[in-house]
Ligand binder design. Structure first.
Ligand code: ATP
Length: 239
């Protein structure tokens, strides 16, 4: 056993010796000064990919997360779909025309893009580069198809989170309550969701967003962020 000050047999440091004096004495014996630098480097900025089937609550979770975490930047997806009531251009989505969107594709300005239910959606690269440069963590909100493409592009450098409802019925009810889809659109979304759940195995984490438990889902995502920030081997993203 080493001879520590807690060992009753060791000579305790005299109370007349001040802390600065003791520090200087220790530094002298060690032959080097104690550093005030952080013992480990700050964690790398994260790229979080939040995905899940239509109506599972991606927007709801992300909007809440936005309120509680200031160090996150939520990338505004460019889309050619029509604005829904209450949505704000540049906040919820970047609403662009089809021509504008295709021009962004041509100039290689999008990290990934896809045609989703008849509309184009894409992630502008510049926003990610800018905010990562400022030390922000990045949150990308994509459907399952988008997450699959991002997995091919980013591999294990990003954190992939799959949101699910507690049951299929709960998910469909949520979509119906939203009142933004037609009967045919609802059928398509449910059929797609049944197929999409098979892709959960390609994700790092799964979070159940149960009815009335939005706050719990957000807390779970926050825990994932905290755990990722504490990893010894940090993910390194290059975009
Ligand atoms: N935990 C929850 N409890 C109750 N309602 C919820 C919960 N999470 C989301 N909702 C509601 O469910 C509906 C669908 O959620 P949201 O629009 O966030 O889904 P989404 O995954 O973003 O869908 P889409 O991919 O089609 O845009 C919304 O009306 C939302 O307010």
């Amino acid at each position: 056993m080493s001879d520590s000050p807690r060992n009753p047999n060791s000579a305790a440091i005299q109370s007349s010796v001040t802390k600065p004096e003791l520090l200087r004495a220790l530094e002298f014996h060690l032959g080097s000064c104690f550093s005030v630098d952080p013992i480990t480097p700050p964690p790398n900025p994260l790229v979080l990919v939040v995905s899940g089937s239509s109506g599972v609550g991606k927007d709801a979770v992300i909007n809440k997360l936005r309120e509680v975490r200031e160090s996150l930047h939520f990338v505004v997806t460019a889309t050619t779909r029509a604005m829904r009531p209450g949505e704000i251009d540049g906040v919820d989505y970047l609403f662009v025309s089809k021509d504008e969107f295709l021009s962004m594709v041509e100039k290689d300005e999008l990290l990934e893009h896809a045609l989703v239910y008849g509309d184009y959606k894409g992630i502008p690269k510049k926003q990610i580069q800018e905010f990562m440069g400022k030390g922000f963590d990045i949150v990308l909100r994509v459907d399952i198809q988008g997450a699959q493409t991002l997995k091919e592009i980013l591999g294990s450098s990003a954190v992939f989170i799959f949101l699910v409802a507690e049951s299929e019925l709960a998910m469909v009810e949520r979509l119906i309550d939203r009142r933004t889809e037609s009967h045919e659109e609802l059928l398509l979304r449910v059929a797609t969701a049944r197929e999409e759940i098979r892709h959960v195995k390609d994700f790092d984490y799964v979070v159940v967003n149960a009815k009335g438990k939005l706050d719990d889902s957000v807390k779970r995502v926050e825990s994932i962020i905290d755990a990722e920030k504490s990893k010894v081997h940090q993910r390194i993203v290059r975009i």
